[in-house]
Write a protein that binds this ligand. Structure first.
Ligand code: HEM
Length: 420
């Protein structure tokens, strides 16, 4: 409601604000058909749609490929420090998205020269990872995991394989000894803190992850090794121990879930698409093609929150107000009909926005390392279980109820049991 002065009364969204009546609740989306939702939103609202996050908090969903590129490459207009959000007075303490938008002094929320300093350290530390060594380490991890279920002739691949492998791969890169009890405990705490199940305590698990990584930083300060943590500590930028711990948590969390879902979504494609024949090893399309197709069509980070408007601007014909939140619609942008006029999506190139774009994009060596982990995971599984097939009808596979991460609830498979 507005009085006659034209000034909205308190609690009423001003015209053009994403809280207006036509805004779509992102939380209530039917997840099996998110592509359909993006099509509808684009048709009804154009490239920038008003949406409502949990508790009906307004935001903008940027759906257009050129618009996502514009937002991510104009930090002076759309920046990462979430403290400028104009919705903070309306955010409850237990808001479900708080872990993603609550400001932390990590690389994720820094801007300008400070971001370059922090992201530079991560980039150089990741560049030091030997990709061949990472591949052979991931192959060993894959074989151990396969051994644990090979004798039974069936398994649920999301929990026993797709999530389990990158967690161990990333911790190995950071200098945690592979296979030790200590590392396994950290793997478990990571799982609980990123993806809590029934009866889990994610906050307690997150505290334990922080404590173990603080200890790792102390150990590496005293005895550096050929790992990401030591390289971050030894970098000329001179990060403090606290900064390294913060950024190590960001690296591990940013790596684990998307890589796990990249593996899961690729296995799903290989097991359900007729181009890959009855079983994955008999297909006519390579694992590399499948990995790339997933990034175009079923990208793990579907939507990313986000950017915050530095000042009033225009975007896709919308008036964006200072402090508004913009969600990067990466999945929608990848399938934007403006870049796919023939409605055929899935190029062999890698011009998708799955790793985002601009200053805050997934830091350059990370996509390559994720590719090594995902490719090794899929290929090793196919090699060891060549007659792997889906154990349910493809239509029974369900996506997780999240608009942020696109990943399967479960991926049940069967194969000829083998003693290894
Ligand atoms: C080795 C595996 C990976 C590592 C170490 C890693 C690391 C990171 C880090 C540190 C950031 C924060 C960058 C910043 O704010 O400056 C980031 C952002 C991001 N990463 Fe990754 N990542 C990995 C895998 C992936 C995968 C597999 C995907 C998706 C397919 C992905 C998608 C993204 C996206 C969408 C962002 C957000 C960028 C933005 O704010 O615009 N990452 N990653």
């Amino acid at each position: 409601m507005s009085d006659h002065s034209g000034v909205p009364s308190p609690g009423t969204p001003p015209p053009g604000c994403p809280a207006h009546a036509s805004a779509v609740r992102l939380g209530g989306v039917e997840h099996q058909q998110s592509h359909q939702l993006y099509r509808t939103l684009r048709r009804e609202h154009g490239a920038v749609a008003p949406v409502l996050l949990d508790n009906d908090i307004p935001a903008w969903l940027v759906l257009g490929y050129p618009e996502v590129c514009y937002v991510t490459s104009h930090d002076e207009l759309y920046a990462r420090d979430s403290r400028r959000w104009n919705q903070w007075p309306n955010i409850p303490e237990d808001w479900p998205l708080l872990p993603f938008v609550g400001y932390q002094p990590s690389v994720l929320f820094t801007e300008g020269a400070e971001h370059q300093r922090r992201a530079g350290v991560i980039t150089r530390a990741l560049e030091g990872v030997d990709q061949f060594e990472l591949a052979s380490e991931c192959e060993a991890i894959a074989e151990q995991l396969i051994t644990s279920f090979a004798g039974s002739g069936e398994t649920e691949l999301m929990s026993t394989y797709a999530h389990a492998l990158p967690a161990r791969g990333v911790l190995w890169m950071c200098g945690m000894p592979q296979g030790s009890e200590d590392t396994e405990k950290l793997v478990d705490d990571l799982r609980i803190s990123l993806d809590a199940g029934e009866g889990d305590d994610p906050v307690a698990a997150y505290m334990r992850v922080g404590a173990r990584l603080t200890q790792l930083v102390k150990e590496k300060r005293q005895a550096p090794g050929p790992d990401v943590t030591s390289r971050m500590l030894l970098d000329d930028a001179g990060l403090s121990d606290e900064e390294v711990v913060q950024d190590l948590i960001s690296v591990i969390a940013a790596a684990q879930q998307p890589t796990a879902n990249w593996i899961g979504n690729t296995l799903r494609l290989l097991l359900t698409d007729e181009r890959f024949a009855v079983n994955v090893s008999g297909g006519r399309v390579s694992v590399g093609d499948a990995l790339n197709e997933v990034l175009w069509l079923d990208t793990p980070t579907q939507n990313f929150i986000g950017r915050w408007a530095v000042r009033d601007t225009q975007l896709g014909g919308r008036h964006i107000r200072e402090g508004d939140c913009l969600v990067l619609g990466l999945a929608a942008a990848n399938t934007d009909p403006q870049i796919w006029p023939e409605s055929h999506v899935g190029a062999e190139n890698s011009a998708h926005l799955s790793f985002s774009n601009g200053e805050h994009r997934c830091p350059y060596p990370a996509p390559l390392l994720a590719d090594v982990m995902a490719r090794t995971a899929v290929e090793t599984l196919m090699e060891h279980l060549p007659d792997l097939v889906l154990d349910v009808a493809p239509t029974e596979l369900t996506w997780r109820p999240s608009v942020w991460m696109r990943g399967l609830m479960s991926l049940p498979v069967r194969f000829t049991p083998s003693v290894r």
